[in-house]
Design a protein around this ligand. Structure first.
Ligand SMILES: *[C@@H]1O[C@H](CO)[C@@H](O)[C@H](O)[C@H]1NC(C)=O
Length: 245
């Protein structure tokens, strides 16, 4: 009798110890591995011997599974399908970024341009440009055909001339070309400058303030022109040394 009581106590103790380790077969469907959080896309569990340990994705990213995603088993929320109306899962972390990056990681629209967007990495935003005549589609988080980007169909830039040109103050070579109300950033070919007077690219010599040759815009240069173009304007230091000797 006394022996069976002590066996019972040992059993109770064992159950208590397991409970203390928070072993959870509902979360940990296998003893070891990674498992989704039941409510939030940006949290997940790492199970070790059946014990779940709560992990969080980098701020702005959502759990995509082991060996997948951008970093740490996590990917952009829209790529993972979060928020998910079917399961009710949402992002659980508050936004921890600032400025153009509400979350530390993610892709966000530009406030003034339909052709640009922000890529945020650990809280630092880098401006990106859509190629060709594509516009940034906020719903798709990607560059898209202009007709699929409703917010930019009647962009304020093109309100006065839906099918005309719009000069850019202070730029000799860049201007907006509006087509059906969509603005597209254009650049005059080398040697030409945008003339406010004729509203088109003209020989730089004919455009007051833009002669003799337009000074390339730094940002535009790094975004669009290959390095070779910059080098052709300038002798290399080796050449200069040789000439000096
Ligand atoms: C993110 O940036 C912070 C400082 O802003 C830095 O301490 C941290 O190491 C960075 N993390 C990664 C993963 O780069």
């Amino acid at each position: 009798m006394a022996r069976s009581v002590s066996v019972g106590i040992v059993l109770v103790l064992t159950v208590c110890m397991v409970a203390g380790q928070q072993k959870d077969s509902k979360i940990c469907r296998k003893d070891n591995g990674f498992f989704e959080h039941e409510d939030y896309c940006d949290y997940y569990y790492e199970c070790v011997d059946g014990v779940p340990y709560l992990q969080e994705c980098p701020n702005g990213l959502a759990y995509s599974g082991p060996g997948r995603g951008l970093i740490d088993k996590c990917d952009y929320a829209h790529r993972v399908g979060c928020p998910d109306a079917a399961t009710g899962k949402i992002m659980g972390q508050p936004p921890r970024g600032s400025g153009v990056c509400p979350y530390l990681y993610g892709i966000y629209p530009h406030d003034k341009s339909c052709t640009r967007y922000w890529m945020c990495w650990n809280g630092t935003g880098t401006v990106q440009m859509c190629p060709f005549s594509l516009l940034y589609n906020e719903v798709e988080h990607a560059c898209d055909w202009p007709e699929k980007v409703p917010g930019c169909q009647q962009h304020p830039l093109c309100s006065t001339a839906p099918n005309g040109v719009k000069p850019i103050q202070g730029s000799c070579v860049r201007y907006w070309l509006c087509m059906g109300g969509y603005p597209r950033l254009q650049r005059c070919p080398a040697g030409l400058a945008f003339s406010q007077e004729t509203q088109r690219c003209d020989w730089a010599n004919n455009v007051p303030g833009c002669e003799p040759a337009p000074i390339p815009d730094e940002e535009e240069e790094t975004l669009q022109a290959p390095a070779a173009r910059r080098n052709s304007n300038r002798r290399t230091s080796t050449e200069e040394e040789t000439t000096a000797n």
